[in-house]
Design a protein around this ligand. Sequence first.
Ligand code: NAD
Ligand code: FES
Length: 281
Amino acid sequence: MFEVISNEVLAENLHKMVLSAPRVARARKPGQFVMVRLDRGEERIPLTISDADPAAGTITLFIQAIGASTRKIVATKAGGSIRDLAGPLGKETRITNWGRVACVGGGVGTAVLFPLVKALAEAGNRITTIIGGRSSSLIILADELTPLSDTLIVTTEDGTLGIKGFVTSPLGDLLADPERVPQAVFAVGPVPMMKAVAEMTRKQRIETIVSLNPIMIDGTGMCGGCRVRIGSETRFACVDGPEFDAHLVDFDLLSDRLSIYRKEETAAHPLAECRIAGGIT
Ligand code: NAD
Ligand code: FES
């Protein structure tokens, strides 16, 4: 059993949960995730380890409650517990000192981006972080990302905070400025956003890394659920990723596979929004 230390509502359907998991907290590296199962018979949910405190023995997860299982998990209050938690899983992020780096987070993908920004800052990179959401209430982690970034740019689609529009708009400005153009770009968020970022950086051959969120079932490379196409190869995001070279990812296949269980997910929870049935949050 893994005790829930705190469970905070950050935005509509978005929770920040701190769990007691001492061994995971000691072993985890940026980019890795855990598989969480609330109880026997429940669905396994992959969740990125956004932060960890090895001294306190805790890990931090950001959970977007969009399906039946994630809604049950976020309903667990402080003092309650999660039955199973397996990890850390997946490959750690390859961190080096590129010099100038741009980190782009779309919506709840910002929670996945956070440990990468932290590790990139510790490696001495100068970071422009761009985070965006539909509205100001959906912007997360701006305070935590500010001290880690040389520049933090916020975008909202409704213009309630920062620049009005998508995250790709300030990224375009950055790519067009020879004095600010990054040597590497990290992007995490909805598939159309990651695809758009990949297309923008392709022309300039800027190394671009995305964190993919396919449906995962076992998280161990056995079931094939998280199959993705990277260049001419089939890879499994749970063991070969979740981060990949954005210029090689088949985003259209990823989109198609993410929608496979949409009908079942909506049936399992009538309020579930028709977005995805799985993926790493
Ligand atoms: P959202 O749909 O509200 O989008 C967030 C922001 O992403 C937008 O405000 C915009 O700035 C940018 N964006 C979206 N579509 C874009 C496009 N076509 N071109 C350029 N920029 C675009 O996001 P949300 O509801 O917070 O997140 C939900 C999605 O994020 C889900 O699909 C989920 O699977 C995905 N997600 C991915 C990961 C990952 O590891 N890749 C992690 C968490 C969530
Ligand atoms: Fe089963 Fe990756 S989740 S192979």
